[in-house]
Design a protein around this ligand. Sequence first.
Ligand SMILES: O=P(O)(O)OC[C@H]1O[C@H](OP(=O)(O)OP(=O)(O)O)[C@H](O)[C@@H]1O
Ligand SMILES: Nc1ncnc2[nH]cnc12
Length: 169
Amino acid sequence: MVESHLAVIPDFPEPGVLFRDLTPVFADGPAFHALAEALTAPFAGRFDHLGGVEARGFLLAGAASALCGAGVLTVRKQGKLPRAVLTEEYDLEYGTAALEVHEGELPPGSRVLIVDDVLATGGTVGAAARLVERAGWVVAGISVAIELEDLGGRAALGDRYEVFSLLQY
Ligand SMILES: O=P(O)(O)OC[C@H]1O[C@H](OP(=O)(O)OP(=O)(O)O)[C@H](O)[C@@H]1O
Ligand SMILES: Nc1ncnc2[nH]cnc12
């Protein structure tokens, strides 16, 4: 259902990157629904909030929130959040960036399931996990639609987090 809607684009956004494009999944109601359900199912009863990582993770966390009823922690790219923030820098497969959360957005000890579209080097969800912990919350797990195994994200994250991926390449 999900996999049949994926697109694969060579050399985007730069030469050498094989880009896994989820937009056809987002565009198909039943496939998007199935994906959103699949990302939270392994962690049922073990999280209080979804940590949605900008930008594509927002779509997944938002859809999952509507299905399971948990609120969304907004994990944004640097410079977008209006109140006091915590910041974590990280490396991408193609560049560097920083993520931020609002301090005090959730009650202390909240269990946050981090949701994103792709696990590549692990830099993005790793930064999101560090933010959750620095803010005084708990990482309930990391759930992604696609894991790019050759890029070593799971190993880079280490043993500290439970990582679920729906599709592996
Ligand atoms: O495991 P990593 O090596 O960190 O790569 C995975 C990240 O790369 C993409 O984010 P990107 O910031 O490129 O795009 P987006 O803002 O469109 O979600 C993707 O959405 C993941 O968040
Ligand atoms: N190869 C890839 N395809 C889609 N999203 C990505 N994010 C990082 N690497 C990616």
